[in-house]
Design a protein around this ligand. Sequence first.
Ligand code: ZN
Ligand code: ZN
Length: 116
Amino acid sequence: MKIKKLNSHTYCLFCGTGPRNNERLDGHHVQYFPEPLIMFVHPDCHDQIHARKRYAGLEPIKQWIWYKKGDCEKYYALKKKQYKDPNYIHTRVALNKKLANPVLTYGNHNSFRRNN
Ligand SMILES: [Zn+2]
Ligand SMILES: [Zn+2]
C-alpha cells in the first residue's frame, strides 16, 4: 500500500509552521481507504485534531479526519498480514538496500521514525 502525503515533513499542514525545538512531526492519517493518506503535523496540533490531552472535551477536527470509525483497525490488521507476507518482506529489504538515505517508515498511527 503506497501512502500518499499531503505535505512534506518539513512543515505542519495544520498550523503552517515548521518543526520547533527539533521535534519530529507526527504523521496523521487523514484516511485509510481507498488509499492511505497522511499529513505531517506537530504532536500538539495532532492532539488538537483528535481532541486529545489538553484539547480533550473539544470536538475532533472533522476537516482532517475523513476515515470512518473502524477503518484504522481494519488498516493495521491488513498491514500486519502484509508484513508477514514473504514477498513483501523481500521487496522491502531490497528497497532498503537500494536507498542510500534512510527512508521514512511508520511505526504506529501516531509517530514517524527514521528507519536505517
Ligand atoms: Zn502545527
Ligand atoms: Zn492522527
